[in-house]
Write a protein that binds this ligand. Structure first.
Ligand SMILES: *[C@@H]1O[C@H](CO)[C@@H](O)[C@H](O)[C@H]1NC(C)=O
Ligand SMILES: *[C@@H]1O[C@H](CO)[C@@H](O)[C@H](O)[C@H]1NC(C)=O
Ligand SMILES: *[C@@H]1O[C@H](CO)[C@@H](O)[C@H](O)[C@H]1NC(C)=O
Ligand SMILES: *[C@@H]1O[C@H](CO)[C@@H](O)[C@H](O)[C@H]1NC(C)=O
Ligand SMILES: *[C@@H]1O[C@H](CO)[C@@H](O)[C@H](O)[C@H]1NC(C)=O
Length: 357
């Protein structure tokens, strides 16, 4: 411990003085991506206008107009700068954390294959292993790295694409012919459990697992499944996903019981979203559904058309493109994800408490 403090003191200039935890690592899909797909030729990408129109650095590869939920949680944790993408980290950057999230990525390797290149959860963990080697070098030993990594917050949000870009696309994937929704959720949860144990073996002790949102409310799902947007919260797509969410919650108990000093929490983002939608409906300034930018859903493009002119006031819309929410909605959801507003929002406790451990 003394050794760790010594090295950490020496590296003080590289560590945030104000953040609640020294480091923050992010795993996930396009919801959290901040540029990891930029270098791919064929992939789900967003490093072009009008993406980032409300972000200080413009289009960075974030799939929204401004900050992502992962960015916002980083700010709530007190980080002055956004956590950089694995694809663009150098030197001491990695001590504050790395964002591995990749648009199209999933728990299963084959998820998102129709989109082109993407970084699956298995690959994101391999990238994290590379980071850990770098941190060990910077701190002088793997023992020092181990203590350091135990103090970080890990945000993990995977699984949406295993539905949207796998199970719910029978023309390209055979999973829905092979498995019932319950079987598929179990297969996903088993794979995820293995991956989260790997993350623990890589030194993670404070891990927030973000459940699936109301994926049935995204426009392509509404178009494909011919659902009325006003009933999206109750449709079958969202029900399939909730089966997985229930398994995730018990996975949290299992991991905390099995693994020494592990602190896994479950973030009920579908519940947080339902609460938000109910409040929005009652508010009198109900946001329009969107999307805010032009998409080409007829040819299967859920992303904004490059260089198209988006709506002028992004704070009036829920959806930015056909899949991803606007920054204004991200702010409301990230607040609930960070600091639970109801006993259902986080289990067994929220990120505020996770940071204090
Ligand atoms: C990569 O990181 C550098 C330094 O943090 C930044 O100036 C640059 O804009 C980043 N490039 C991309 C493509 O994100
Ligand atoms: C997925 O791909 C990774 C990296 O190529 C590999 O290590 C892993 O075994 C694969 N997982 C499955 C279930 O095939
Ligand atoms: C389903 O698809 C996977 C890969 O896309 C393939 O490996 C597997 O053989 C297929 N299974 C069946 C029963 O068609
Ligand atoms: C999520 O929260 C809602 C209430 O907002 C609750 O009905 C639901 O059971 C919760 N889901 C899980 C998996 O805890
Ligand atoms: C944008 O919309 C919000 C919410 O309706 C409103 O408060 C704000 O004044 C609008 N901004 C502009 C520039 O029109």
């Amino acid at each position: 411990m003394v050794l760790v403090l010594f090295f950490v003191t020496n590296l003080q200039p590289f560590i945030d003085a104000t953040s609640q935890v020294p480091c923050y690592f992010i795993f996930g899909d396009s919801e959290f991506d901040c540029g990891n797909n930029n270098g791919f030729t064929k992939a789900s990408k967003s490093n072009y206008p009008p993406y980032g129109i409300d972000f200080p650095d413009g289009p960075t590869g974030r799939f929204t107009n401004g900050r992502t939920q992962a960015d916002l949680i980083g700010q709530f944790l007190g980080f002055d700068n956004f956590i950089p993408p694995f694809a663009n980290t150098s030197g001491q950057d990695i001590l504050k954390g790395v964002n591995y999230a990749s648009g199209g990525g999933g728990i299963l390797n084959e998820t998102g294959k129709t989109l082109g290149d993407r970084i699956s959860m298995d690959m994101q963990l391999q990238n994290h292993e590379t980071t850990i080697k770098g941190i060990s070098n910077l701190l002088g030993s793997s023992g020092a790295a181990e203590s350091y990594l135990a103090s970080c917050i890990y945000l993990v949000g995977m699984g949406s694409n295993d539905y949207i870009n796998n199970y719910l696309l029978p023309e390209s994937y055979n999973s829905s012919q092979l498995y019932t929704p319950n079987m598929y959720a179990t297969i996903l949860a088993q794979n995820y459990a293995q991956q989260l144990r790997t993350l623990y073996n890589f030194g993670a002790r404070k891990v927030a697992i973000v459940g699936l949102g109301l994926i049935g409310c995204a426009l392509p799902e509404i178009v494909l499944h011919d659902t009325n947007i006003f009933t999206c919260a109750g449709n079958c797509v969202t029900k399939d996903a909730e089966v997985f969410n229930i398994q995730l919650k018990s996975l949290v108990d299992q991991l905390n019981n099995d693994l020494l000093n592990a602190n896994f929490i479950y973030i009920n983002v579908s519940g947080i979203t339902t609460t938000y939608l109910a409040a929005d409906a009652k508010s009198g300034v109900t946001l329009k559904y969107g999307p805010c930018c032009n998409t080409d859903l007829i040819v299967g493009r859920a992303e904004c058309i490059p260089n198209s002119v988006p709506c002028s006031n992004r704070t009036m819309y829920k959806f930015w493109d056909a899949f991803h929410t606007t920054e204004v909605v991200n702010i409301l959801l990230a607040k609930g994800m960070y600091n639970a507003q109801t006993p259902f929002d986080a289990y067994p406790f929220d990120i505020v408490r996770l940071a204090l451990l």
